[in-house]
Write a protein that binds this ligand. Structure first.
Ligand code: NAP
Length: 338
């Protein structure tokens, strides 16, 4: 498959380098020519789980330098969410007949792009692969995770199987007939575990033991799950069961819920939230495609989402420099929960 990877950051670099290492020709697009020429000179190096690979990368150019009229069988969109939304319409014409655009961002990007460009051109994707960019062209695979792909309309398809087989030469790729459910399962955790940790400036384990931390977690999760269920999605089990025991629109306090929360903590409680790194680096976060997506859909569906709305406002306040990541943010948001 003629494949273009757009965005040679942590995930795009990892996937592209491992695919190149199989002998496949892979094209790469960077933000600008300076990044492209650096990568042409350095090549790509991946270490970590899955072993070390070092490959030359002759086919790298700035996205804007790719000539019009190109045709690819597969465009892997590996930028952050807001960039993916901006780039996808520009490159949609590069998809060959029967070809596919595969976004792998967290949150609602696949669904939003399918709504905008048509689900016949967009395959849903998300990443359970963990990757770090150490310096341009130098990547580390941090876990033995996989890409999960599937049709946004649900079900299995020949094209998803072709993409799975092709990319699966380089990294583990799995296919699910319930991709929308998987997207929601990840989104539920990103909305709660990750974003709340980012605005509190700590891990989930550090905030969820406080009354306000627990309140914000439960309410943010309840709101997001209510929206997910109202869309008709069936959140799919990942590391933990996505629907807490006894849940009926609201988390039911008690030993069963505590046990469920314990499982979430075991799986995710000690991870540094990736959004906290965005704050530290002064980068735009993906909150509008995570908690913000829940708020937008909630509005359309007539479901209240005050806690997610307060979380979004707090993230934007931190990005603008008006607030700092701190547990006191949760006290204020917990007040919106009652
Ligand atoms: N990394 C992980 O472990 C992981 C795990 C699960 C999900 N994800 C999701 O995967 C997505 C990508 O994450 P990441 O960690 O790989 O991000 P990243 O390291 O920031 O990589 C994004 C890359 O996209 C490039 N880019 C931005 N605008 C571009 C443009 N217009 N044309 C071409 N390239 C452009 C960036 O270049 P500049 O450096 O020049 O900005 C950067 O190299 C995110 O949605 C993230 O949430 C990541």
């Amino acid at each position: 498959m003629r494949t273009l990877i757009i965005g040679v950051g942590a995930l795009g670099g990892l996937i592209g380098a491992r695919l190149r290492a199989t002998g496949a020709r892979v094209w790469f697009a960077t933000r600008d020519e300076a990044s492209a020429s650096r990568l042409r000179a350095s090549g790509l190096r991946v270490s970590g789980l899955g072993g070390v690979v070092e490959v030359a990368a002759p086919d790298v150019a700035a996205l804007d330098a790719y000539p019009a009229g190109l045709a690819f069988d597969l465009l892997v969109l590996a930028t952050k969410a807001h960039e993916a939304m901006e780039i996808a319409p520009r490159v949609a014409g590069w998809i060959d007949a029967g070809g596919t655009l595969l976004p792998i961002q967290n949150g609602a990007v696949s669904q939003l792009l399918a709504d905008r460009l048509g689900s016949e051109r967009v395959l849903g994707g998300l990443s359970n692969l963990g990757a770090t960019l150490h310096s341009p062209g130098v990547f580390e695979q941090r876990n033995a995770g996989h890409l999960l792909i599937g049709e946004l309309a649900g079900g299995l398809s020949t094209r998803a199987e072709r993409v799975r087989t092709w990319l699966g030469q380089g990294v583990e790729v799995r296919m699910t007939p319930n991709l929308p459910g998987a997207v929601w399962s990840k989104l539920l955790l990103n909305c709660s575990v990750t974003t709340i940790g980012a605005i509190a400036g700590c891990t989930m384990r550090a905030y969820v033991g406080t009354i306000e931390g627990r309140t914000v977690f439960d309410r943010a999760y309840d709101e997001a799950l209510s929206v997910a269920v109202a869309t008709g999605a069936r959140p799919e089990q990942m590391m933990v069961q996505p629907i807490p025991p006894g849940w009926s629109g609201r988390s039911v306090p008690g030993p069963e819920h505590d046990a469920w929360l314990g499982e979430v903590l075991r799986a995710y409680g000690d991870l540094k939230p990736s959004m906290l790194q965005d704050f530290e680096r002064g980068r735009t976060t993906e909150v509008d495609f995570i908690n913000g997506y829940v708020v937008d859909l909630g509005r359309k569906l007539g479901l209240p989402t005050p806690v997610n709305a307060a979380i979004v406002a707090t993230v934007h306040g931190i990005t603008r420099g008006e607030l700092t990541p701190d547990r006191s943010n949760l006290v204020r948001i917990a007040a919106a929960a009652s």
